[in-house]
Design a protein around this ligand. Structure first.
Ligand SMILES: Cc1cc2nc3c(=O)[nH]c(=O)nc-3n(C[C@H](O)[C@H](O)[C@H](O)COP(=O)(O)O)c2cc1C
Length: 327
């Protein structure tokens, strides 16, 4: 027998459902929601951690932060005021956040836009066009992300070569590691019905561009047509934090979500970039780009999409696997 859900419980379930669309490292969707009695608890799902690319679970936590922000925006846009308790129980570090509806709320325009951008956001790995993303637009994205507590550094043109160098180095080092190749092959060859992983159809083959992107199809397979552009108008934003611990990683994820949704609202295409932060050597090199001290967490490429078919959307796990799952 199922017990009737209260309106708050229904709204929390709806938000967790909406948050399934959140981007995550290798589309691992490394979270689980437990909803009961007016609370939604977000847990890290360690079984979905990338043990080679992400041994500390940093990008797992960043991904959960994205899902948290998506859920918060869905609730805010639906007119709910929400209390958020981050990492509430030191005895249970996998419990990353607890959401409680505490009243009604008049959504801001930014929240309404963010809520409606969730379904329209997809990672686009094609090179973006030469149409430059204006400084003022980048400024808006930075403000949106920084209200979530992390910092954002806009990489200026003089430093693109450093970013490109770290991306080339990360790609070469990772792909020469058999353990990384095995992990990549695993997550790029999931059966379509599983609703997880990165299908090669969403990857693009290597083409000349300002900063190379992670190669998700080094073993072959169908890929998206890259078009004729080379990212000349693209801008690169680096999210970084003062601390380097789970609280900071969660905050970086919330900032990543805010930045991506604001970019979609501004008519931009987006692609997160984290390979450059996955090895200590390239992550250290990225630090030299920051205006002060800080820990690089994840970068984002934003730009205007080329003409032609966009990559197909990636799929998601069934909701019952991620929301109040049986095991
Ligand atoms: C923390 C994080 C790191 C990511 N790193 C990369 C990356 O290095 N390269 C890339 O092309 N996509 C990256 N992505 C995008 C994911 O691969 C993508 O979100 C996932 O495959 C689901 O596809 P979607 O964004 O189109 O929904 C990252 C996403 C997150 C949240």
């Amino acid at each position: 027998m199922t017990t009737a859900q209260t309106p708050h419980e229904q709204a929390l379930r709806g938000a967790a459902h909406t948050a399934l669309a959140a981007p995550s490292i290798f589309n691992t969707q490394p979270w689980r929601w437990e909803i009961d009695g007016g609370h939604a608890r977000l847990y890290a799902d360690r079984r979905r951690q990338l043990l080679v690319a992400d041994p500390e679970g940093r990008l797992l936590t960043v991904s959960c932060g994205v899902a948290l922000h998506h859920a918060r925006m869905a609730l805010a846009a639906a007119g709910h005021a929400v209390g958020v308790h981050r990492i509430p129980d030191p005895a249970d570090p996998d419990l990353l956040a607890e959401l409680t509806i505490i009243g009604t709320h008049e959504p801001t325009l930014a929240e309404l836009h963010a809520g409606s951008a969730i379904a329209r956001r997809h990672t686009d790995r094609r090179p973006f066009t030469s149409q430059p993303v204006a400084d003022a637009t980048c400024h808006d994205l930075i403000i949106a992300a920084e209200t979530q507590g992390a910092h954002v550094h806009l990489i200026d043109d003089n430093h693109i070569a450093v970013l490109a160098f770290t991306a080339i180095k990360a790609g070469a080092l990772q792909l020469s590691d058999p353990a990384y190749r095995a992990e990549l092959a695993d997550w790029t060859h999931r059966p379509p019905w599983s609703g997880e992983g990165v299908p090669t159809e969403t990857a693009v083959r290597a083409v000349p561009r300002r900063v190379p992107v992670r190669d998700y199809a080094p073993f072959g397979g169908d890929t998206t047509r890259p078009g004729r552009e080379s990212d000349r108008g693209a801008r690169y934003l680096l999210i970084y934090t003062d601390a380097d611990n789970p609280d900071a990683w969660l905050q970086a994820g919330e900032a990543l979500s805010a930045l991506l949704l604001a970019a979609v609202t501004a008519g931009l295409s987006t692609a997160p970039i984290s390979d450059i932060t996955e090895l200590p050597t390239t992550r250290d090199q990225l630090r030299t780009l920051l205006p002060g001290l800080g820990h690089p967490q994840v970068a984002v490429r934003v730009g205007y999409p080329p003409p032609g078919e966009p990559p197909p959307p990636t799929t998601r796990r069934p909701a019952e696997d991620a929301i109040n799952p049986r095991c």
